[in-house]
Write a new protein. Structure first.
Length: 495
């Protein structure tokens, strides 16, 4: 007798949800995915895809800023004249006075000595929204091709094995919660969508902020501060901690903060925002020491809260922590049999790659496939500042504390031949290995496109390669990846 197909209901269409849906469909399940705001979730529509699209433009503008150092002149038109010696990288913050008339450029200008590149904020944000919509459509097409039913509604648990959505009651053998998270609101600094903004509201702007105050120097705050600085806004970054990116590799954070300051960003360390409010045509941000910071706009990046309210979790007995994040084990199970959770709503590690893996693991486990529990020690992560920071495996903090015994080597990026050719000197490659066997435990890369370079270190960590094996692998010369093999050769030397 033919066995009935297992029924899977998924609440949430972000990476945790749609990747789970694809796995479940490929394993023969009858899958219903419920998403009220658009497929791809906030990752595709308002967060990761839009922000990295904007950063792609800002990176290009940053390269234009450094063009004179490489012998490139941006000209306003007409015959080119010799503007004199090119500015060296050590000559202080990037110039903002390169208009042909010698006047002060507005936001969006990135000047050469004879001309300027200008950002069209309306066109930039239209492209951001269009690419997000296109990516969402690609997700929808893939789900349809795999036979996944999509319900455009808000879903909630309505009883054992039962999900309510759009007036329907959907029976399921397995339920996955993948509802994500939303920006946390700081009391006294409530966003208005006009001058006081969350990162999800930036793409509605029709003009580039003239003076942007960014509250919060974690990953999101640092990325947007870096991007808008490169696009031409005058940026003030308010950091409550001693340095920006306080939870990241300290050496890497120092490099990025030095770049911020050299390029003209105002960084206020040990400065906690007490309030943010409208003030005429601009904003006023009050600090807890009594100082006030003014600007045209304020971007609030003070963390996220789980989107777990009002979907029946408490009534169903699903355990959550004091902040509302769903408690899960390493195969994504919640406290209720047959109910799994994945992604930002679990608070495990707020990366799209982790959400997707949690969702896949949940389906493999629920549908009886062999599965390896989630291994956070092998997760690669990138901060898309300029330059980027990419990490995998053990951290410097773990080795400094003695929690992990390791040998360490750090090579400055400026010693790399390709970096010299490209005019790069901000960054480094750092590797950690076991003291005796030389197995690669992790690494940190600070460089342009570090998000691409980290894959080599990730493979070494995942496959437990030794420094000797990495060192004996051919790297292209000249290439930035050559610094990885060079670092490995340094670790082959006796301690």
């Amino acid at each position: 007798m033919r066995q009935p197909r297992p029924r899977v209901a998924i609440i949430g269409g972000g990476p945790g949800g749609y990747e789970a849906a694809l796995v479940a469909a490929q394993l023969g399940a009858q899958v219903t995915l419920i998403e009220e705001s658009g497929l791809g979730g906030s990752c595709v529509l308002t967060d990761c895809v839009p922000s990295k699209t904007l950063i792609a433009t800002s990176s290009l503008l940053a390269a234009v800023e450094e063009a004179p150092h490489l012998g490139v002149r941006v000209v306003a038109g007409g015959p080119e004249r010799d503007p004199g010696p090119a500015r060296g990288r050590g000559d202080g913050p990037g110039r903002r006075d390169g208009t042909a008339s010698g006047g002060r450029p507005g936001p969006g200008d990135r000047a050469g000595r004879q001309g300027r590149a200008r950002v069209d904020a309306r066109q930039l944000n239209a492209r951001v929204r269009a690419l997000a919509a296109a990516q969402s459509a690609d997700v929808a097409a893939r789900l349809q091709a795999e036979g996944v039913e999509v319900v455009a509604a808000r879903g909630r648990l309505a009883g054992p094995g039962l999900v309510a959505a759009g007036g329907r009651r959907i029976q399921a053998d397995t339920v996955l919660i993948a509802t994500g998270a939303r920006p946390r609101v700081l009391p006294g600094a409530e966003p208005d969508g006009d001058r006081l903004l969350t990162c999800r509201q930036l793409y509605d702007l029709t003009e580039l902020p003239g003076e942007l105050v960014v509250v919060g120097s974690g990953v999101t705050g640092a990325e947007f501060a870096s991007a808008y600085q490169a696009l031409g806004s005058r940026v003030t970054l308010v950091s409550s901690r001693e340095r920006v990116l306080p939870n990241e590799d300290a050496d890497a954070a120092v490099v990025v903060e030095d770049v911020f300051r050299r390029r003209g960003m105002r960084v206020l360390s040990r400065s906690r925002a007490a309030f943010a409010r409208r003030s005429g045509d601009g904003v006023e941000v009050g600090l807890d020491d009594g100082r006030t910071v003014c600007g045209s706009h304020c971007l609030l990046t003070v963390g996220v809260a789980p989107a777990t309210e009002g979907i029946g979790l408490g009534e169903a007995g699903v355990a959550m922590d004091e902040r509302g994040f769903i408690t899960v084990d390493r195969v994504s199970r919640t406290s209720v049999p047959g109910v799994y959770a994945a992604g930002d709503c679990t608070g495990v590690w707020m990366l799209a790659s982790v959400a997707a893996m949690q969702g896949r693991i949940a389906m493999w486990h629920a549908l009886g496939e062999a599965v390896k529990p989630l291994r956070l020690g092998h997760v690669a992560a990138t901060i898309f500042t300029e330059p980027e920071i990419a990490t995998v495996g053990v951290s410097q903090a773990e080795t400094d504390s003695g929690a992990v015994r390791a040998r360490t080597v750090k090579l400055p990026l400026g010693t790399n031949a390709r970096a010299k050719m490209d005019g790069l000197d901000d960054g480094f490659v750092k590797l950690f290995t076991t003291p005796h066997s030389g197995i690669v435990l992790g690494g940190v890369i600070v460089a342009p496109r570090a998000s691409e370079l980290i894959l080599a270190v990730s493979l070494a960590v995942e496959q437990q390669l030794t420094a000797e094996q990495v060192a004996q692998t051919f790297a292209v010369y000249p290439s930035l990846s050559g610094s990885i093999t060079e670092a490995a050769r340094r670790l082959m030397q006796p301690a």
